[in-house]
Design a protein around this ligand. Structure first.
Ligand code: DGL
Length: 267
């Protein structure tokens, strides 16, 4: 499954703190079946969700630079936390290059909710950001939003052990307050969380609509990507700055189709 391959020159550069971006890669592969993808998982510095803003900005700038220098023509920030804290900085640094970010889908959640009570599961850093507060003011002025930070959850998912007792217990602790708040719609506001979607659904209850926006992000990327940039074969170059084991455990299942390479990189 994991075999060497020479990278093409033009790619879509994608990054996250770790395995979470696999959920975005999966959506990108659905929307752009032939686009060459270059992914960086910043596992040496994951998780981002409990890091200061300046740290997330520095890592995002360094990784973006690496991706541009390696041939990326479009950058997809496959991390809600990095988008919340660094997408403005990235766009200021590279004003002429296309950059797509991912943010909690407050607007679709508000549209989907019948009782106008929605829950948001995300990292502490995402929920504390000014961008998140702005999203709430813009799209949810008349809706009750229950923002539930999940410290530690992305880190446990990062281990690749998605059914460990510690993970199940933490998911229960994060979901219980949302059940008590009687929300009918819950947003997965971190790209790691769709990797445990079935467990989240079980803990929230089958009546709760669970939403994520990875497909919408991929559709946005599609608008920037010229089909003429595609090579003939779908290709996926994965790199990690630290631990590879989470990607090794989860990437083949998350990305069933394309040939992929996996290497360690220093950024
Ligand atoms: N997957 C990321 C997000 O969407 C980051 C999780 C983390 O590193 O804490 O927020």
């Amino acid at each position: 499954m994991i075999r060497p391959h020479q990278p093409p020159t033009a790619t879509i550069g994608v990054f996250d703190s770790g395995v979470g971006g696999l959920t975005v890669l999966r959506a990108l592969r659905r929307a752009l079946p032939f686009a060459p993808l270059h992914y960086v998982a910043d596992t040496a510095f994951a998780p981002y969700g409990e890091r200061p803003s300046e740290f997330i900005q520095q890592r995002s700038l360094a990784i973006a630079e690496h991706l541009w220098n390696s041939g990326a023509k479009l950058l997809v920030v496959a991390c809600n936390t990095a988008t919340a804290h660094a997408v403005t900085t990235l766009r200021q640094r590279w004003p002429d290059r296309p950059i797509v970010g991912i943010e909690p889908g407050i607007k679709p959640a508000v549209a989907a909710s019948r009782n106008k009570r929605i829950g948001v599961l995300a990292t502490p850093a995402t929920l504390a950001s000014a961008r998140y507060q702005a999203l709430l003011s813009e799209h949810a002025p008349d809706v009750q939003v229950f923002s539930q930070p999940c410290p530690g959850l992305a880190g446990l998912i990062e281990t690749g052990q998605l059914a460990s007792p510690a993970l199940i217990e933490l998911v229960e602790r994060c979901c219980a307050p949302l059940r008590q708040s009687l929300v009918d719609t819950v947003l997965m506001g971190c790209t790691h969380y769709p990797l445990i979607q079935a467990l989240l659904q079980e803990k929230l209850g089958s009546g709760v609509l669970l939403l994520n926006v990875e497909d919408a992000v991929a559709r946005q990327a599609l608008r920037f990507w010229a089909a003429s940039d595609d090579t003939k074969s779908a290709f996926l170059r994965l790199e990690a700055t630290g631990e590879l084991s989470g990607l090794q455990a989860l990437a083949p299942a998350a990305l069933a189709s394309a040939p992929l390479t996996l290497d360690k990189v220093s950024i």
